[in-house]
Design a protein around this ligand. Structure first.
Ligand code: NAD
Length: 297
């Protein structure tokens, strides 16, 4: 079997790539972080010296990178994947937005390369355990080859041939996921200020109609213990909400709730810190209400 390339071995990429290695597939990897590289070589991958080196060896190249402009640079910039001698298919697993997916598709097609967007949902644990949800779009003729690789990561949904269809689906998902955190922070802050016990509130909500992904996962794991380390950076969540609001505006759709959540995430970056987790939306909401609960060390 020809090699699979994997570029971007961060919180999500490391988990997904390790699953390919564990399945015995030949994988060649690249990341700008030497620690990330060393961990994946220990998991069984071969080290590529650059993005271009990976694309000179692998027919299918997957990328999981933090920001859309980095994805563009790695794929279409100087010495990027598009210049590779072996690559025929590129799959962007990052949340890059539909407009970028369109640009990537056009740029890669000019080099005879088939492009897929396949953003993922399910967090660090989902990546590690093969329990992600993947929302993919790209040319139908190459889909079976792409699906055969993506099925190692979880449940795969094919959204059609239109470049960016998977990205649009992902932005809608993240609008709902981030909004769940923001509104849960409001409700919890109100209850705490009125004297209710936060752990008891979460227990009640999770047996009632208020249950959502924040009450079920985020509060028990990262807010009630006051660790604020769920594993998704507020900077990346803010990027998602920015892409979502911009894309909706381009479609002529107003997202007043989405705008509020986007701006709340900007406040997390300004008031809690550039490295904050997205669950720190609760800290900002509590502070606004004059609550002085524990903050992480
Ligand atoms: P991360 O910051 O943990 O990892 C990104 C990796 O890319 C890092 O290892 C970094 O060294 C590497 N990198 C950066 N620039 C590079 C370059 N030019 N060349 C090679 N490697 C480079 O980010 P993450 O949390 O793994 O997120 C990756 C993507 O997945 C993002 O688009 C994010 O929005 C999306 N996502 C994240 C989560 C999550 O829970 N963390 C969930 C769903 C989707």
């Amino acid at each position: 079997m020809s090699k699979i390339g994997f570029i971007g071995l961060g919180r999500m990429g490391a988990g997904m790539c390790a699953r390919l290695c564990a399945a015995g597939l030949p994988v060649v990897v690249h990341d700008v972080s030497s620690d990330a590289m060393a961990a994946m070589v220990a998991a069984g991958a071969e080290a590529g010296t650059s993005a271009l080196d990976v694309a000179n060896q692998a027919e299918i190249v997957l990328v999981s990178l933090p920001m859309p402009d980095i994805v563009h640079e790695v794929l279409l910039g100087p010495n990027g994947v598009a210049d590779g001698g072996a690559v025929k298919i590129v799959v962007d697993l990052s949340t890059s937005g539909p407009a970028m997916a369109q640009r990537l598709s056009e740029g890669l097609a000019a080099n005879g390369i088939s492009s897929f967007d396949a953003p993922v949902s399910g967090g660090v644990a989902g990546a590690r355990d093969g329990k992600l949800s993947l929302m993919a779009s790209g040319p139908e003729k190459d889909w079976p080859q792409v699906e055969a690789v993506l099925q190692h990561f979880g449940k795969v949904f094919y959204m059609g041939e239109t470049p960016g269809a998977g990205q649009t689906m992902k932005l809608v998902n993240n609008l709902l996921g981030a909004t769940a955190i923001a509104v849960t922070a409001e409700g919890m802050t109100m209850g705490i200020k009125a004297g209710l016990d936060p752990a008891k509130m979460i227990e009640v909500l999770n047996q009632s109609t208020g249950i959502n992904s924040a009450t079920r996962d985020k509060w028990p794991r990262a807010v009630l213990p006051r660790t604020f380390d769920f594993g998704f950076a507020a900077a990346l969540s803010h990027k998602d909400m920015r892409l979502c609001v911009d894309e909706a505006q381009a479609l002529g759709v107003d997202l007043p709730i989405g705008v509020h959540v986007r701006d709340l995430l900007k406040r997390v970056l300004d008031e809690v810190g550039a490295d904050a987790d997205f669950t720190a939306m609760a800290l900002v909401t509590e502070a606004d209400a004059g609550l002085a609960l524990d903050r992480p060390a």
